[in-house]
Design a protein. Structure first.
Ligand code: ATR
Length: 272
């Protein structure tokens, strides 16, 4: 029996145990995947004890992703870019290794599941928090033509612009002076949906054939998905597909087998 867990605080909402149990069933592996809420000062101890006790892998969620990044002895280049870990495991030398599968989860969902082409496209990103950092690390592999990033706090946008400048040219702007351009892809990486709000942008930024993507998901359309549909986006997607794809990549890292994500995405949609 392989032993995995997702660690966070709060963590009761996490769909990772369900997703990974569906993957395991599909592949025919015996897996015990639990949900663990850890107090802030206890994270490092928990990780050490989990692996010392024979645990095979951990998923890390809010608020421990950055802390996990500072714990690992080795990590992938995409993880280094994201400066956050969502997947932990031990290598053959028993060293703690970190990876970040959020960016590849986003890119796989949008390009494979929804056939959206990134190359040569104009992309608008709203927000500059951890979720956006993950997406940028994924986009660095498949750079679009141009990325415009808007954030309420300009210094955070500038920080990301500098960090990614060798890989992705990012122009930054503000909500008060919206760009005079139309976009092929608009990504909502703000947490405004938690307040039932959408980012203060004009629908005129939605170009012909535009895909709008909300990094959040909910059991019904998110406010940004509703806004996008109401303003003529060709495709309006939430982050459920990204969630399942990042999980599939973690599963692949741990078990060296890639599950079929389509039935799992369908299962989660139907369960809502
Ligand atoms: P996550 O890890 O999920 O990305 P986060 O790091 O807290 O969460 O980032 C939340 C994002 O939503 C940030 O870009 C934040 O803008 P600031 O950097 O200015 O804080 C954005 N956000 C939150 N509330 C907002 C609001 N009322 N208006 C505009 N942007 C908002």
């Amino acid at each position: 029996m392989l032993r995995f867990a997702v660690v966070g605080n709060p963590v009761s909402h996490s769909k990772s145990p369900l997703i990974h149990s569906l993957f395991a069933k599909q592949i025919g592996l015996s897996v015990d995947y639990s949900r663990v809420k850890v107090e802030h000062g206890e994270f490092e101890n928990f990780v050490t004890n989990f692996f010392a006790g024979g645990g095979n892998g951990l998923n890390i969620t809010v608020p421990f992703k950055e802390m996990a990044f500072h714990l690992v002895e080795n990590c992938s280049s995409r993880c280094q870019l994201a400066r956050a870990v969502n997947t932990l495991f031990l290598d053959k030398q028993q060293r703690l290794v970190g990876d970040n599968t959020d960016g590849v989860g986003f890119v796989t969902d949008i390009t494979v599941n929804h056939s959206v082409v990134l190359k040569g496209r104009n992309v608008l990103i709203l927000g500059a928090g951890g979720a956006v950092r993950g997406v940028l690390s994924g986009l660095a592999k498949e750079p679009p033509q141009r990325i415009t990033l808007l954030n309420r706090t300009e210094s955070k946008a500038r920080h990301l612009q500098h960090e990614f400048e060798s890989l992705l040219p990012i122009e930054i702007g503000s909500y008060s002076e919206l760009p005079q351009r139309q976009y092929d892809l608009i990504i909502n990486g703000t947490s405004l949906g938690l307040q039932g709000k959408v980012p203060p942008i004009s629908p005129s930024l939605i170009g012909g054939g535009c895909c709008c993507y909300d990094l959040m998901y909910a059991s019904r359309d998110t406010d940004f998905v509703t806004w996008s549909k109401n303003h003529g986006a060709s495709l309006a997607l939430d982050g459920l597909g990204m969630l399942v794809e990042q999980a599939a990549e973690s599963f692949n890292i741990w078990c060296h087998m890639r599950p079929d994500t389509a039935p799992v995405i369908r299962h989660l949609r139907d369960a809502n």
